[in-house]
Design a protein around this ligand. Structure first.
Ligand SMILES: [Zn+2]
Length: 409
């Protein structure tokens, strides 16, 4: 009989807090000796000439629910806990996160996934203005993870949070953004990964004046960032405030690569056709000697409004045709094809990658590591709830949709 386990946690963080009441003891169920068998539906097979690396962001849904010890890299805590228990509490979580990164990379290798976004929460509060700390204490763990990634040819990237806004008119926001970038940069430096270890941010909010915000970004980028940070910083087009047309001139002027996000471009498109646009975007990477990467996600089924269209589906059914085009999905280097790396930003994380592997016969999959699709069903419920709350308090969402903070993924 097919047994379906409860949905795995798809959030990429877990709060461990000393102040939380201890979990209630559950009565142990008698364990069944029978292994769980999942009902994995067939996929519709499709073809592509694209042969690049597919990756996923931060969390592995199988390892996160593994027993007895879940494996993940985003253990965090509340600031209050640091105040009460001391910084070592947070730093210890960082060590556990860094140690688990090795296990994540190893799992990825066994499943032919060689591209991973590392969690920004690896070291809780490391970039905090008051409680921030250097990562030297975790040098051995970071070096071990970086060495493993390098030896296996895996690419590691990161995506600092949506509050990392260098164009903000608020000085404290810019200072926090600089600290956040310095933290990510030192993490990459200590992992020992090369130029392909990029840090992706969005331009952020427009603050009622897009040209002025872009000017502030340029000024802060040029005057407040170290060369090491500039070498790793890349910008992504978003779906609300800044499309590719908005950021491309800035990126070409300052020599900043662009992460092209298909989903965002679908919601807030560039005026330039993709056949022209993506090669121009790839050039922003090539001239810096960094391998281009793009983002792919799909909207949830039945999404109609902008808010619904922004949300990511559990998986992606199709790879974009552009990936097959020379200059967009691949280019010639030393007489052979080199492919763009594609980050799959889907709720089902590694399962979305494995599904694309099966759909396009890109890589073999380990059947035992396949899970049934969960997130769309959850997503549909969440979308309904979102719709309900939006219609109840229409004014509440406007600041997020058009205002200060832009978007995150
Ligand atoms: Zn994205």
């Amino acid at each position: 009989m097919a047994v379906v386990e409860p949905p795995g946690q798809t959030e990429d963080r877990l709060s461990l807090d000393a102040d939380d009441p201890p979990p209630k003891k559950r009565r142990r169920k008698v364990k069944s000796e029978e292994p769980v068998v999942y009902d994995i539906p067939p996929v519709e097979s499709k073809t592509t000439t694209y042969q690049g690396r597919l990756g996923y962001a931060c969390l592995n849904t199988i390892l996160r629910t593994s027993k007895p010890d879940p494996i993940f890299c985003s253990r965090t805590c509340r600031l209050n806990t640091i105040v009460k228990k001391g910084l070592d509490f947070a730093k210890d979580l960082g060590i556990r996160n860094a140690k688990d990164l090795c296990k994540l990379i190893q799992w990825n290798e066994e499943n032919h996934i060689r591209f991973l976004r590392i969690s920004s929460e690896m070291f809780p509060f490391a970039s905090h203005g008051e409680y921030g700390y250097a990562l030297d204490y975790a040098a051995p763990e970071l070096k071990a993870a970086g060495d493993l990634a390098k030896s296996l040819g895996h690419r590691l990237t990161s995506h600092p949070g949506q509050f990392t806004q260098l164009g903000s008119p608020k000085e404290e926001v810019v200072e926090a953004a600089v600290r956040e970038l310095n933290y990510h940069c030192s993490m990459f430096d200590m992992l020992g990964v090369g130029a392909d270890g990029v840090m992706i941010i969005h331009m952020g909010g427009v603050y009622k004046d897009k040209p002025a915000t872009l000017e502030r970004f340029k000024h802060n980028y040029s005057t407040k960032l170290t060369d090491a940070v500039k070498a790793r910083l890349v910008l992504e087009n978003d779906e609300i405030c800044y499309n590719v047309d908005d950021i491309l001139p800035v990126c070409e002027e300052l020599n900043i690569p662009i992460v092209f996000d298909y989903h965002h471009n679908w919601i807030y498109p560039s005026t330039v056709p993709l056949t022209e646009l993506i090669p121009r975007i790839n050039a922003t990477w090539h001239r810096k000697g960094i391998k281009p990467k793009q983002h792919l996600s799909a909207p949830r089924p039945g999404a109609v409004t902008v808010m619904e269209r922004r949300a990511h589906a559990g998986r992606c059914a199709t790879l974009p045709d552009e990936l097959q085009a020379e200059g967009a999905g691949w280019w010639m280097r030393d007489g052979r094809r080199e492919y763009v790396d594609l980050m799959i930003e889907a709720k089902d994380k590694e399962q979305a990658v494995l599904q694309l592997y099966r759909t396009y016969a890109l890589q073999p999959v380990v059947w035992e590591n396949l899970r049934p699709e969960q997130a769309d069903a959850e997503g549909a419920i969440a979308a309904k709830a979102e719709k309900k709350s939006a219609s109840k308090g229409a004014g509440r969402r406007t600041s997020t949709s058009k205002g200060e903070w832009g978007v995150a993924v």
